[in-house]
Design a protein. Structure first.
Length: 198
């Protein structure tokens, strides 16, 4: 997390503090502020760092594919299911599952995710045999989930499960010279050949 602004320093301190906690983390911020980077840093500084970090953009998965993507499926569970597939939740076992844009997740999928959190079990589409899973849940949103709860677009029970620890990421326009430091870091990361042709 690059930057010397008070917001960047506070963000680094929060990440280091929350990384050692097993509770779910909700990262809140506008699109483009680096919520996934914060999630990766939580993973990197946690005792789960050697296990997988699995990121899923909940708003980008078509509703019909969400159960298969999250929970996996058995061969023959539906047309086109030619082989068993592990889902993102099982892939994150012992590691971190990052659900980005969770505010866009359909209500029925929210209910299924809540069931996994409650039971610690995931069942593939087309199977009746649950598998135990152990993962740290990190979620992110750029929308007001409280309003989503009030308007019936987000489950109240799931909201209370995921907002145990909250990290708010300030937009760059509020972070002063961090923009310059981030720009310099990006330039340093570019291959020298790219800089010569620019």
């Amino acid at each position: 997390i690059i930057g010397s602004s008070p917001q960047a320093r506070a963000l680094r301190e929060e990440v280091l503090s929350y990384a050692q906690n097993a509770a779910p983390v909700l990262i809140v911020g506008e699109t483009g502020v680096g919520k996934e980077l914060v999630a990766k840093e939580l993973h990197r500084w946690s005792d789960r760092r050697d296990a997988p970090f699995v990121a899923v953009n909940a708003g980008a998965i078509p509703e019909s594919l969400a159960p298969s993507e999250l929970f996996g499926h058995r061969k023959g569970a539906f047309t086109g299911a030619y082989a068993d597939q592990i889902g993102a939740i099982a892939a994150a076992d012992r590691g971190v599952l990052f659900l980005d844009e969770i505010g866009d997740m359909p209500l029925d999928i929210q209910a299924q995710v809540l069931r996994v959190l409650d039971d610690g079990l995931v069942t593939k589409v087309g199977s009746r045999t649950p598998t135990a899973v152990d993962f740290r849940l990190v979620t992110a949103t750029n929308v007001d989930l409280r309003r989503g709860v009030e308007e019936g677009r987000f489950r109240r029970d799931l909201f209370h499960r995921i907002e145990v620890l909250v990290i708010r990421v300030a937009p760059l326009r509020e972070r002063g010279d961090d923009v310059i430091e981030i720009g310099e870091a990006i330039i340093k990361s570019l291959p020298e050949k790219t800089l010569r042709t620019a």
